[in-house]
Design a protein around this ligand. Structure first.
Ligand SMILES: Cc1cc2nc3c(=O)[nH]c(=O)nc-3n(C[C@H](O)[C@H](O)[C@H](O)COP(=O)(O)O)c2cc1C
Length: 208
């Protein structure tokens, strides 16, 4: 598939069909991830696949998001969000944080080498390791879209992230940017309506 078509097709999906993603396709997606640019040339990225139901249940136990649209609406109200498309996305999304992790055909936890204090960077370049792993994540998402596979990234809250690092036995100096839940979309999968952006409204010539 043409790369522009895969980019255009990629969209967040949080409702998955009960259909596993074949291992060879998962490996293809991770190989695509490993082709992403990295700040230090070394691509010190590793991936943990979490496929056992019981282990996923342990992971979702750490998530404190509401599970119903009503609970999600309350959160969105507390946050003071007013944009209708943004509200709609969060209401859909918040209520699905557990189910998407449990039901994904494949759950990938990317890990990256980061010897510093991730939450106390002293310069922009101190964040290069984090920036690089997100290039890797995007490669995976676009490659997945080309295979008819979609999904969502979840950023763990701080306690959840610490738990994940222990639970998944990460070695010292490795960090987790997100988890990636991927799979074939359920027949009635919700898709957030996209904000329409015209390039001409965002493009500045020579200066803003
Ligand atoms: C950095 C980042 C963090 C995100 N965190 C979450 C998350 O924790 N949970 C979730 O359900 N979706 C998360 N998302 C998915 C976004 O909600 C989604 O990408 C966004 O609404 C745009 O929709 P689209 O992916 O369909 O284009 C995240 C996306 C990005 C890029």
């Amino acid at each position: 598939m043409d790369v522009y078509e895969a980019i255009a097709r990629r969209q967040t999906i949080r409702d998955f069909a009960a259909r596993p993603v074949p291992a060879e396709i998962v490996h293809k997606l991770l190989d695509a991830g490993l082709k992403a640019p990295s700040n230090d040339h070394l691509r010190r990225w590793e991936f943990v696949l979490v496929q056992e139901r019981a282990r996923r249940e342990e992971l979702v136990r750490q998530i404190s998001a509401p599970r119903t649209p009503e609970g999600a609406r309350q959160v969105v109200d507390e946050w003071g969000l007013t944009d209708p498309l943004q509200r709609e996305m969060y209401i859909q999304g918040i209520a699905r944080q557990y189910a998407m992790i449990l039901n994904a055909g494949c759950l990938i936890v990317p890990c990256f080498y980061y010897p510093g204090d991730l939450l106390r960077p002293d310069s922009l370049s101190a964040l290069n390791g984090l920036a690089s792993i997100w290039c890797c994540v995007e490669n995976i998402l676009v490659a997945a879209a080309a295979e008819g596979i979609f999904g969502v990234v979840r950023i763990p809250f701080e306690e959840e992230r610490a738990f994940m690092k222990r639970f998944l036995c990460l070695p010292e100096h490795y960090e987790i940017p997100c988890s990636i839940a991927l799979g074939y979309p359920a027949e009635n999968a919700s898709r957030a309506r996209q904000v329409e952006i015209r390039l001409e409204d965002r493009l500045h010539q020579e200066q803003w």
